[in-house]
Design a protein around this ligand. Structure first.
Ligand SMILES: Cc1cc2nc3c(=O)[nH]c(=O)nc-3n(C[C@H](O)[C@H](O)[C@H](O)COP(=O)(O)O)c2cc1C
Length: 151
């Protein structure tokens, strides 16, 4: 993957990767779908691309775009009533968008059909607790990018 430089106003695309636990209940497929539709619409309007993974009530999200738009959206998502334990894992600037073609790519990792896709086992076996990801955010991003190849 492209190496991320420290956040910069002068060039490139701001990229943030965050992990957030949802509140009290696991989301149903209908709730996820509704959230995704709204998210895609809003992000497309403000020129944000990225990916959203969901597993066992926890989201891993990459947002990329203009720095101000990314930060504004990240704090809006952080303040959202459904969230707790929002954690910013990684922030930096990339010359190119990593998920340029997707307003919001989405995978529900609780979906069993993913188990047969090569390369996903690491993710499926990693508990989404933040301990593993915050210890090694670059590896976390590598895994996220493996979804791009396989989606
Ligand atoms: C994990 C998570 C990620 C979200 N990401 C975005 C996002 O990238 N862009 C956005 O506009 N809204 C985002 N939202 C907000 C949702 O699009 C939407 O506003 C919200 O789920 C509506 O839920 P409510 O009816 O409970 O308020 C996110 C919400 C959650 C829970």
């Amino acid at each position: 993957m492209d190496e991320l430089s420290p956040p910069s106003r002068s060039r490139g695309t701001d990229v943030s990767c965050s992990l957030h636990n949802t509140a009290s209940h696991l989301l149903t497929k209908a709730e996820l779908q509704a959230m995704l539709e709204e998210t895609r619409e809003t992000n497309a309007k403000v020129g944000i691309t990225g990916i959203l993974l969901y597993k066992d009530g926890t989201f891993l999200q990459v947002l990329e775009g203009d720095q101000e738009a990314v930060m504004k959206l990240a704090s809006r998502v952080k303040e959202h009533h459904r969230h707790k334990d929002f954690q910013m894992l990684l922030r930096g600037t990339s010359e190119h968008r990593l998920f340029a073609d997707w307003s919001v790519g989405f995978r529900d990792l609780t979906d069993n059909s993913l188990k047969c896709i090569l390369g996903f086992s690491d993710f499926l076996n990693t508990p989404f607790t933040g301990v593993e990801f915050s210890a090694n955010p670059a590896d976390c991003m590598k895994l996220l990018l493996s979804f791009k190849k396989n989606m």
